[in-house]
Design a protein around this ligand. Structure first.
Ligand code: NOJ
Length: 740
């Protein structure tokens, strides 16, 4: 680096003697050195170079043409997104390091959402595994692969709580629950970042979209959000806070207007909560052009004001809008923006660049990727992750698992022989040809058995053509069993793919009804990125496996489950509604003053639908059965602060071994503000052999029962609680305890 070494050495020594402290997880005494280095760099920077550090350009879809190479050399670009060619990445980096005045390296970001080249199940699917170690492992593999092509930083995990399946981005997160969401946020941050951000196989994580983006009104993408501060803090912010505590290096601000202030210009969120309360010392990136979009929100008159508002609120890096590079230097010169605010943002960006080791190791060995991408062990984890994410929704008459020597199987549906749609949303670096399709998975699983697999598509996802029905019905009628591979395509969910109708798209349900008339037993594979309203299917189809968008090992993992090589144990992490009219519907709602009572008219109810969901949060079956007995609460009077200790006996009463996710819920009966009817407060994923019984112990610290009370204090209140331990949010053994 080109800055003056002698001066630097002196200041570092002085700083070491001062021995300042920092709050970051990555802090050490050396952080003092780092802050001095940053000070020294900032002291040499021009206003343009400072604004340059806050300017992130996109390699693709950049709206305004930029002479990229010359701008890098001038120090006007601090970061790129969407560069995945490692040679180009190294070239840009060389221009920054060797040909810009101060030699500050670039940071390269990318949407590595559920794997880089090895694509795992979509996050909503993976969350159904409730397996935190596995989720950490898939993130760690994603980091390892991405870093070999020079991606320093992923725009993941998305930790938005989503209570509305109309919102297409529900696919990208961990569902509706803040407790589970927080644990998954931590697992993902650990997986991506490891213990050392500077290691060659870790990358910086980004918690997004800060905040409450998942509460988009009517489930319509980019729509405004109206979230009371208490709900914001007790629900939507919980996974963000957890991720920050785990050491997440960055956050991304949301596109949404939150109670009148766009998240990207929201000082309350970005400074008061994130920095002042939580002590976050990494940087915040805007979402794509969300700075200039504040003009359309109607909170500023022009892009210059937008830049000023965002920077002052606490957005450090401008993704794609160039509002900072074009306006910030002038605003500072005109005295309209404080240079201290600018310096602080630059400091945060440089801090992460240092922590990532980019100053010491700015380049990536282009040959590494051949050894790392799609390694056999990565594919093996992907397959395991498919198996664990699959949720058995119904299994009438134990139709599943199928015998491998079933004489003939009819395989029908638009997802049966389809590689790209199995990948799911945000598989941007994937190669669809890596995907094992359902038909390939089945053939492989049955290669040593006599089973005739007869495939026909039957119909497309969209459109009204029923041309393929006749062949599908004929094949189904001739076969011993039918496997229907139905659901959403990759393009039906994810960003900008909100839906008002949550039935199977196109004529798929019509096809299913025709096939059902043949009388051949049907196993339905439901590929989806969101809960769907599958009322008829649940009523009429004997066996349904929820397979999500499973990624490249989809066909293999699904075959493992279909033929019983793996016993499914997944549980849904987002409620399945009966109709879109019930939305928002989530398990941890409030009771109301008129909770539902059968046959009583003036209670909180619909005249045309039950209140209950089609499938509750936490639901999922197994090829075996589990019973719950003997709920014991060690001491039902617990003093605050303390620990509520409980246990339950869980027995595998069936014939095969399997996993059960044992779930603990509580209800705080009387609060200074009303409390949810149930809240998840613990779970354990246990493995039981046939006939085996385990006593599952929970320790619930009273601090886990805190919420924002009537005075907006974060506290736990005395009084009575109900507690349930069971297989999902609607069933379980019930007990009670009291806090004093
Ligand atoms: C917009 C999306 O909202 C965000 O999640 C993503 O990371 C950026 N685009 C970059 O692709």
């Amino acid at each position: 680096m080109k800055y003056c070494k002698i001066l630097l050495v002196c200041t570092v020594l002085i700083a070491l003697q001062l021995g300042c402290q920092s709050k970051s997880k990555y802090s050490s005494d050396l952080d003092t050195v780092l802050e001095v280095k940053i000070d020294h760099l900032i002291s040499q920077m021009t206003l343009d170079e400072k604004a340059g550090q806050l300017n992130q350009l996109s390699h693709e879809w950049q709206a305004d043409p930029v002479d990229v190479e010359s701008e890098i050399k001038k120090g006007h670009i601090g970061s790129f997104l969407f560069v995945k060619d490692v040679h180009l990445r190294n070239h840009y980096q060389r221009l920054a390091v060797s040909e810009s005045r101060l030699g500050i390296p670039l940071i390269f970001g990318y949407d590595v959402i559920h794997g880089y080249r090895t694509i795992f199940p979509i996050p909503l699917g993976e969350s159904a595994s409730w397996d935190l170690d596995l989720m950490e492992q898939t993130a760690s593999i994603a980091a390892k692969e991405a870093r070999t092509v020079g991606i320093d930083w992923t725009f993941s995990p998305m930790v938005d709580i989503a209570r509305d399946p109309r919102w297409g981005r529900i696919a990208e997160g961990a569902g509706e629950d803040p407790y589970l969401g927080a644990l998954i946020a931590k697992a993902k941050v650990r997986g991506y970042q490891g213990d050392d951000l500077a290691a060659p196989d870790t990358m910086a994580a980004c918690l997004k979209h800060f905040a409450a983006y998942g509460a988009a009104q009517a489930g319509r993408e980019y729509h405004s959000t109206e979230v009371p501060v208490r709900t914001l803090r007790d629900v939507y912010l919980v996974p963000f806070k957890a991720g920050v505590e785990e050491g997440a290096a960055t956050l991304m601000s949301g596109f949404n207007d939150l109670d009148g202030v766009p998240a990207t210009g929201n000082r309350f969120l970005l400074t008061e909560i994130l920095r002042d309360e939580w002590g976050f010392d990494g940087f915040v990136v805007s979402d794509w052009e969300s700075i200039e979009e504040m003009v359309d929100h109607g909170i500023v008159k022009n892009e210059s004001e937008a830049g000023s508002l965002a920077l002052t609120a606490g957005v450090d890096l401008d993704m794609a809008s160039q509002s900072y590079i074009w306006n910030v230097p002038r605003l500072v010169e005109e005295g309209k923006l404080s240079e201290d605010v600018l310096d602080e943002a630059v400091r945060r960006v440089l801090r992460i660049k240092f922590r990532l080791g980019l100053f010491d190791n700015p380049y990536v060995d282009p040959d590494q990727k051949e050894k790392v991408l799609l390694a056999d062990e990565h594919r093996a984890v992907a397959r395991q992750s498919v198996r664990e994410s699959v949720v058995l929704l119904k299994n009438e008459g134990d139709l599943l698992p199928l015998e491998k020597n079933t004489g003939s199987i009819a395989l029908i549906g638009p997802l049966a022989d389809n590689q790209p749609d199995l990948l799911g949303t945000w598989s941007v670096a994937a190669d669809a040809s890596d995907t094992v399709t359902v038909i390939q998975g089945l053939k492989k699983a049955l290669e040593n058995n006599h089973c005739d697999i007869r495939y026909t598509k039957g119909c497309d996802f969209d459109g009204i053509s029923t041309e393929g029905f006749a062949e599908a019905v004929w094949i189904a009628g001739q076969s011993d069993v039918v496997i229907m591979a139905l659901g959403e395509g990759e393009r039906h969910n994810g960003e900008a793919h909100s839906r008002t109708d949550l039935n199977l798209p196109g004529v798929q349900l019509q096809l299913l009804k025709e096939i059902q008339k043949t009388g051949t037993p049907i196993v339905m594979l439901l590929f989806t990125g969101r809960p769907l309203t599958i009322n008829w299917e649940l009523e009429n189809i004997p066996a349904i496996l929820l397979t999500w968008h499973p990624g490249i090992e989809g066909g293999n993992g699904i075959a493992d489950v279909l033929f019983g090589d793996y016993n499914p144990g997944g549980k849904i992490t987002a409620t399945f509604p009966r109709s879109a009219g019930q939305i928002p519907i989530y398990y941890n709602m409030k009771n109301t003053g008129r909770p539902f009572i059968q046959d009583v008219r003036y209670q909180s109810r619909y005249i045309d639908s039950p209140n209950t969901p089609l499938l509750p949060f936490g639901y999922g079956l197994s090829y075996t059965t589990f019973t719950y007995d003997n709920l014991k609460i060690e001491d039902d009077q617990v003093e605050i602060p303390g620990v509520v200790k409980l246990s339950v006996d869980v027995t595998n009463t069936g014939n095969v071994a399997g996993h059960e996710v044992v779930q603990l819920y509580v209800r705080d009966l009387v609060g200074s503000v009303t409390r949810p009817v149930k809240e998840l407060k613990g779970f354990q994923r246990v493995y039981l052999n046939p006939g085996e019984q385990k006593t599952v112990h929970f320790e619930l610290p009273t601090s886990d029962l805190m919420f924002h009370d009537i005075n907006m204090e974060y506290s736990v209140e005395t009084g009575g609680f109900k507690v349930w331990v069971g297989p999902n949010s609607a069933e379980g053994l019930e007990g009670s305890f009291e806090l004093f």
